[in-house]
Write a protein that binds this ligand. Sequence first.
Ligand code: FEO
Length: 399
Amino acid sequence: MHNRNNITDNIFWVGTNDRKTHLFENYWPLPKGVAYNSYIILDEKVAIVDTVERGTMETYIDNIESVLGDRKADYLIINHMEPDHSGSIRTLVERYPEMKIVGNKKTFPMLERFYGIKNNLLEVKEGDQLDLGQHKLNFYMVPMLHWPETMVTFESNNGILFSGDAFGAFGTLDGGIFDDELDLEYLEEEISRYYSNIVGKYGRPTQNALAKLRGLDLKMICATHGPIWRSHIDDIIAKYDKWSKYQTDEGCVIVYASMYGNTEKMADNIARQLVKKGIKKIRIHDSSKTHPSYIINDIFKFRGVILGSCAYNGDIFPSMETVINELEHMAIKDHVLGVFGSKSWGGGGLKRLNKFAEAIKWETIEATPEALCAPHAEDFDKCEALAEGMANRLKDLYK
Ligand code: FEO
């Protein structure tokens, strides 16, 4: 068939590309779209692995038909119940009423609550195997990667891991489906932004999952989003290992909230001083312009974080409040933090940032400049002290 996408002689990609949706989970920007990957294994028994978000269901059903024709599906493996993968289950159940739905004990209550499905269930536990004929599916639980019911499915005869969201990426599959068919440089930020935004809160569960998967002889990783990994398996595993240990590089992310440019002047001054003191990798973001998605992604890359805010009605500026709420929510670890601000009267920006510093428990830099109305020479001196404290600490950590 002209539109079949073979992964092996008997395993097929039947996923879809979504270039219409602006926000993943209705929050995270998708400038390069997203793919929902689903797979079919043809054997004595036929298994479908995960489904797609319901908005692309028509294409999905076409893709399934191009592989199955008149054959019926015997099993649907549900590695993850988030609706971007479970959204088409009800349609598949209507199409293949005899099909058994394979999940674990945490899958099925969600299946019933989301879709009212409670029949034809096959519960699997850690290490269980499902025999399709030539293909043997082995199930491993990976709770909180990134939902409690998540599991992965390992096809042991071909060494193929159906990994759910783990090793996934934003970005559609433009022409290629394998990592060596796609422009990975073009997708680089979408790969790390997917990890940092979607999985990043769950560093420990990711480490637990990696420890479990280390024993498997992996030839291919088929995630539910992004490229199928076959030529860069070690690389993507190494990245996940580094990210989930919160390991970062020498560099500093400066985020500021500024209404009329005074706090921004302080941010630029701090950045200049950092560069003069030898810190070359600097990323500056205006919290009112850049979505937290990109800020969080940069913070996953670099050890230094400097946050500055003007005051607003006796508190912090709203767009910076959003950033620090996100950082607290994600519970990102192991950074060096500097804070600064400006006020025209009672203040509030720096005060809130200091509270954030206490809550997040990162190492902090002592100097905390706060300009009155506009920064003057003495404020820039304090900015320099903040930059110097940060540069010295980073140099010390990366010597
Ligand atoms: Fe891609 Fe957690 O769903």
